[in-house]
Every structure is written in structure tokens, then in C-alpha cells.
Design a binder for this molecule. Structure first.
Ligand code: GUN
Length: 285
């Protein structure tokens, strides 16, 4: 059996077209949805990510500004920029690209962002809203993973979902979102004993570790749904995920590719969150 692909590029195209319509409706009311992206330092991967985020905004009719600062920027200077953007009515979403240089306390910077503009969903107010099921902003990557599962009309209720990884950005919020859909959720991590014994029981597996071949064909139940959040490089320097794609696709029922899976969906959900923020600010949400 060869798994069916869940195509993140195709789904993104559909969702971004819907986003462009929402952006147009806002512009017709005199509100141009605006995202500010702050990049500190010259990390090459971060530069690629932020460029893609800004370009996706422009393509969907959102206003986006990239503020790029040298790695020597002080924490106080960065906090002052965040405060100014909080007060800027033309900006509805603020994203500070991580990682930040070591001399800056990333959590302090995230907490300085107004929760109403926290389109990354990283603020404790957003995390608390997710935990309790209150409205807030969902972190873009797990939000995108849920949209991918939704796109195949998969019923999560009563299913066993295994999340591999426990980060604040992906693993933990992913587990909560699956729980909210009434899945039975297991969170696995680096100290988990016998990962394969758990993943073999799973109907849905989300791999979000940042390590190649964390999930191999022998660890997967036939017909399961496999979502690969990983972004790694193989020995030839090619982009690959956490999942042994060629092996696992022979066993799974559905699988997301890397590239062209979760990656574009993360950016798409950033647009969706920014539109949501602008609609709330404009009283249209
Ligand atoms: N660094 C890697 N992924 C992300 C993300 O989704 N948001 C931010 N702000 N930084 C990141």
C-alpha cells in the first residue's frame, strides 16, 4: 500500500486564495491588514523564513514590513520596537523571528507583544487560551497540521494520536489541539522508552523533533495518518523531515511530504492569524 499525500502546497493555495478575499474585504472597508516581522541577526535559515513570510503576505494583499536589525541590537532596543508596533494601528500582527541572539531574553520579548497582535501564538496569554479552549491565536505550525488533517475529512474523535516532541511551539500545542478534537493523545519525547511500541498503536502520528528518521516504517500501523513537521538536511544537503518518507509511505494511509507539506502551511496560518487579528481590530471578526 502506498500512502496518499497530503499536499501542503495545494492546500495552502486554496487557503491563501480565501485569505486574499478576506484581505480584499478588509481593504474595501479601509483597513489594510498589516504584519510586522522583526529579524535580529543574520541567521541564514531565519532570513529565508522571514522573506517567505513577507512575500506570502504581499501576494495575499496584506501589508507587511520587515525590520532587520544587527545581532548587536540590545534587548531594550528590541522591546522599544515591540512597544512602538503595539501602538501602531496599521500593524495587526507582530512576529519576532526566533532564535534571538543569546543576550536577548526571547520569552521577555514575546511577552512584550500585545496578545491582540500575537499572530505567532507564542504569548502566555495565547498558550493559556489554547489550554482552556478560549479564543486566542493558535501557533501556526500545529494550526496548519490540524488543517491538513481536516482536509482529508479525518475523524479524530476516539482515535489514538501520538505526538513526538514536546516543544512549546509545536509538540505541546499540537497535543492540546488533538485533545480538543477528542483524540486520545500520547506525547513522546527524548526520554520516552520504546517509542516504536507507542507509535505502532497510533492512528495519527505527528513527528516534531527536528531529527531525521525518528519515524521508520516498522514503527507505523498500516493505514495511519503521518504528519511530518521536521525540517532537516540529509547527507546530500537536501531538505528532509523527521520521517523516513520512502519507507513510511509504504505503510501509512496518509502522509505529508517534506518539502511541500507542513512548511507552506505554517506560513499560510500566519496569514490567517494576521487576517483574524485585523478583523478583530476592525470589529468584523
Ligand atoms: N523560528 C522558527 N519557526 C518560527 C516561527 O514559527 N515563528 C517565529 N517567530 N520564529 C520561528
Amino acid at each position: 500500500m502506498t500512502a496518499q499525500l497530503i499536499d501542503g502546497n495545494a492546500l495552502s493555495k486554496t487557503l491563501r486564495a480565501q485569505g486574499a478575499e478576506r484581505a480584499l474585504a478588509l481593504r474595501e472597508r479601509g483597513v489594510t491588514p498589516g504584519l510586522a516581522v522583526i529579524l535580529v541577526g543574520d541567521d541564514p535559515a531565519s532570513q529565508v523564513y522571514v522573506r517567505n513570510k513577507v512575500r506570502a503576505c504581499h501576494e495575499a494583499g496584506l501589508h507587511s514590513v520587515l525590520e532587520h536589525y544587527p545581532a548587536s541590537l540590545s534587548e531594550a532596543e528590541l522591546l522599544a520596537r515591540v512597544a512602538a508596533l503595539n501602538a501602531d494601528a496599521s500593524i495587526h500582527g507582530i512576529l519576532v523571528q526566533l532564535p534571538l541572539p543569546a543576550h536577548i531574553d526571547a520569552q521577555r520579548v514575546i511577552e512584550a507583544i500585545s496578545p491582540a497582535k500575537d499572530v505567532d501564538g507564542f504569548h502566555v496569554a495565547s498558550a493559556g487560551a489554547l489550554l482552556t479552549g478560549l479564543p486566542g491565536f493558535l501557533p501556526c505550525t500545529p494550526y496548519g497540521c490540524m488543517k491538513m488533517i481536516e482536509s482529508i475529512s479525518y475523524e479524530l474523535r476516539g482515535k489514538h494520536a501520538v505526538v513526538i516532541g514536546r516543544s512549546n511551539i509545536v509538540g505541546k500545542p499540537m497535543a492540546l489541539l488533538l485533545l480538543h478534537k477528542s483524540a486520545t493523545v500520547t506525547i513522546c519525547h527524548s526520554a520516552t522508552a520504546n517509542l516504536g511500541a507507542l507509535t505502532r498503536q497510533a492512528d495519527v502520528i505527528v513527528a516534531a523533533v527536528g531529527k531525521r528518521n525518528v519515524l521508520t516504517a516498522d514503527m507505523v500501523k498500516p493505514g495511519s495518518v503521518v504528519i511530518d513537521v521536521g525540517m532537516n538536511r540529509n547527507d546530500e544537503g537536501k531538505l528532509c523531515g523527521d520521517v523516513d518518507f520512502l519507507g513510511v509511505r509504504e505503510v501509512a494511509g496518509w502522509i505529508t511530504p517534506v518539502p511541500g507539506g507542513v512548511g507552506p502551511m505554517t506560513i499560510t496560518m500566519l496569514l490567517v492569524n494576521t487576517l483574524e487579528a485585523a478583523e478583530r481590530a476592525a470589529g468584523a471578526g
